[in-house]
Design a protein around this ligand. Structure first.
Ligand SMILES: Nc1ncnc2c1ncn2[C@@H]1O[C@H](COP(=O)(O)OP(=O)(O)OP(=O)(O)O)[C@@H](O)[C@H]1O
Length: 293
């Protein structure tokens, strides 16, 4: 596997060793008619406080990898370890925030939605769970909507509730599967900003799936590039230096273009950087053969 530094920086928490280890993991779906291989021998390490992004084209197995880390899909080959323990089932140490806006039970208020997993996991008394829920809702700017029902909220607000609910559980790893993909561009940008502000505050460990190169550079401190279906590791990058503020800069554009080339091996002089979304439909790309200059 090639490891590239867009800029060399030290890894926060690296001294403690990896928190999450994905080691040679192949994932398959078995139906009566056929076997679909979603990923092939994928390996990566996530350290505490990393914002680790899985980036690749549609169908390369990003969501399936996230589900495997969550414990919903067992590897057919390889192993996933969290804090040295083999992942074999879902657990409260790994919480997933999905793209869909309907992940909040509609019959519960915002506050009840955040309290529910805290109470269900028997971590806290009702009063403690209530206090924790209000604290987390305050962090995402929704304390004033604690007694509202989800159907009265915008898509962005629902995603904020889902994030508050996840962070309230203090998971070892927060798993996010294209959480902002269904939002309009302005809201998406604001949500990215808020997620980074939350991370500045709490330095949680994030595993984030996207097919947007720009979002990967903004949100991620490290990025794993996956090849088209079935997903194989193409490269791993450090991207700590980028933020929303650097998005229009020449350095940011150059990094986006380089990632595009690494994913699709497009010659530099023909690469189109006006649209840096990883295409949803694309024929199998040629293998990436070397480190970019
Ligand atoms: N439940 C399923 N049964 C059979 N095949 C599946 C199932 N879910 C996903 N797949 C297949 O596994 C492969 C990986 O899918 P996955 O959703 O993980 O990709 P992805 O990279 O997250 O794509 P996207 O960006 O479009 O969400 C695809 O070929 C897909 O068709």
């Amino acid at each position: 596997m090639a490891t590239h530094n867009l800029r060399v920086v030290s890894d926060r928490g690296a001294a403690r060793g990896p928190l999450l280890q994905v080691d040679g993991v192949s994932l398959e779906y078995r139906t009566e008619e056929r076997i679909v291989r979603a990923t092939h021998r994928v390996s990566f390490d996530v350290h505490a406080a990393d914002r680790f992004v899985l980036l690749g084209p549609s169908g390369c197995g990003k969501s399936t990898l996230l589900k495997a880390v969550a414990g919903f899909v067992p590897p057919c080959e390889g192993e996933i370890r969290l804090d040295g323990e083999r992942v074999q089932a879902p657990g409260p140490d790994r919480i997933v925030v999905f793209q869909e806006f309907d992940q909040l039970p509609p019959w519960k208020t915002v506050r009840q939605n955040v309290m529910f997993p805290l109470r269900k996991s028997r971590r806290m008394s009702r009063a403690e769970a209530d206090e924790c829920a209000m604290h987390c809702l305050d962090k995402v700017g929704l304390a004033g909507f604690a007694d509202a029902y989800p159907h009265t909220l915008s898509g962005g607000m629902k995603q904020r509730v889902a994030i508050a609910r996840a962070l309230a559980m203090r998971p070892k790893v927060l798993l996010m599967d294209e959480p902002f993909a269904a939002l309009d561009a302005l809201t998406r940008r604001r949500m990215q900003e808020e997620l980074l502000a939350l991370w500045d505050d709490a330095a949680f460990t994030l595993l984030f799936v996207t097919h947007s190169i720009e979002e990967a550079l903004v949100v991620g401190s490290r990025i794993l590039l996956l090849s088209p279906h079935p997903g194989r590791v193409r490269a791993e990058l450090n991207s700590h230096q980028f933020s929303l503020a650097s998005q229009g800069s020449a350095e940011f554009q150059a990094a986006a273009q380089r990632i595009h080339q690494m994913l699709f091996d497009v010659p530099a002089d023909t690469a189109d950087t006006t649209d840096t979304q990883v295409p949803r439909e694309r024929p199998a790309a040629r293998q990436y053969r070397g480190k970019p200059s």
